[in-house]
Design a protein around this ligand. Structure first.
Ligand code: PMP
Length: 362
């Protein structure tokens, strides 16, 4: 077989191992160059977390919480796990709990996308909805209430050390390994719990101090940017809804309080710049990544990429930027992300259909 010099043969050889469980496939996600959207002279990469088995960065957190609790004895065999989650943590936990045989109950505000509930139920979890008017704090308090009333294991993603630790042990190590000997000028991420920025920040500050860390949050919910401190209870849980919070369309980002896990990154100055992004801008860039690069991410990935593109515009020539893509676009089919894409043919598609005589719909 002949091949032109710039077309690679696509022969594969397997991973050289057999996997004992789906949970062993978590992590080691690829860093991928963006070839058509990045401005000239600047290299932009994305870390594609949708390669995780349940298609988001939160698979890492899920296995960390469950295995940390197994090791320290706080989770007993067969005990029910309960957690408040906007979706991806619930989906990751549902995958891990199914694989390891723990029942899972998830509490979730009814404002999050319907397919998230269905995916969790498909993975064997029970989903208890809470009123959207009571925001993130409502679903959080419901999970704690259920945990106390039933003796269930509360996963506690917003406070647990198992959160940043897994990003220190996996996400950050993968970035160090993949950029070994290579330039890395900017690392761009948003936050939900803050686990990603806290864990990666710990490591980059020490091992790659020249890399600038850019944190982002929704333009209409700048709770970190406001500078107003979060009131907390004795157990570090949020005592009140943060005054700068407003509902925003970047699911998975910025709950209505500053999580304790994120507080470490704020106090430790793990980021060099905080750049807000508007939800519609994030959605625009998510669609661009899909249509122009074939990289299929969700709203938070698009928003992180929007900030990376903004950084790229003013970065010095030769700069290298890495943006986190936390999950897959398939999680947003019922949301405004997919609004431009109807089920029926659009005018362009109809014109193609009518351009030849056969098999027309009309
Ligand atoms: N994007 C999405 C879609 C998420 O679900 C999350 C986690 N809630 C994040 C980003 C943020 O990650 P982290 O919790 O590590 O800050």
């Amino acid at each position: 077989m002949t091949e032109s010099s710039d077309v690679k043969a696509r022969l594969t050889n397997g991973r050289g191992r057999l996997f004992d469980s789906i949970v062993d496939t978590i992590g080691d996600t690829p860093v991928i160059r963006v070839n058509r959207l990045a401005p000239d002279g600047v290299t932009v990469y994305v870390k594609a977390e949708f390669f995780n088995p349940a298609a988001s960065v939160k698979d890492r957190l899920a296995i960390s919480i469950i295995e940390t609790a197994e090791r320290n004895g706080s989770l007993k065999p067969g005990q029910t796990v309960v957690e408040a989650t906007s979706g991806n943590t619930g989906i990751g936990l549902a995958m891990v709990c199914a694989a390891k045989g723990y029942p899972l109950v998830v509490t979730m505000a009814d404002s999050f996308s319907v397919e998230r509930r269905q995916v969790m139920r498909y993975l064997g979890a029970k989903v208890v909805l809470t009123p959207r008017a009571q925001k993130g704090l409502g679903m959080y308090r419901k999970a704690r209430e259920l945990s106390e009333a039933n003796g269930w294991f509360f996963a506690g993603q917003f406070e647990t050390e198992a959160n940043a630790q897994i990003h220190q042990d996996t996400t950050a190590r993968e970035i160090l390994g993949d950029f070994d000997g290579q330039r890395l000028d900017y690392f761009v991420t948003g936050y939900g719990t803050g686990g990603t920025v806290a864990g990666v920040g710990r490591v980059l500050r020490k091992e790659r101090p020249a890399t600038k860390i850019i944190l982002s949050e929704p333009a209409n919910a700048q709770i970190v940017g406001s500078g107003t401190a979060q009131e907390r209870g004795a157990d570090q849980s949020p005592a009140v809804s943060h005054p700068a919070f407003e509902p925003h369309p970047i699911q998975g980002w910025t709950p209505d309080f500053i999580p304790y896990v994120l507080q470490e990154a704020i106090d430790g100055k793990y980021y060099d710049e905080l750049i807000p992004v508007a939800g519609p801008d994030g959605m625009k860039w998510a669609r661009e990544l899909a249509a122009k690069e074939g990289i299929f991410t969700g709203v938070s990935g698009g928003s992180t990429f929007a900030v990376a593109m903004q950084v790229a515009q003013s970065a010095e020539p030769g700069s290298v930027i890495l943006a986190m893509l936390p999950d897959t676009g398939e999680r947003y089919l019922s949301t405004p992300l997919f609004e431009p894409f109807g089920a029926d043919m659009n005018d362009e598609e109809l014109a193609i259909s009518r351009s030849t005589p056969g098999f027309q719909m009309d």
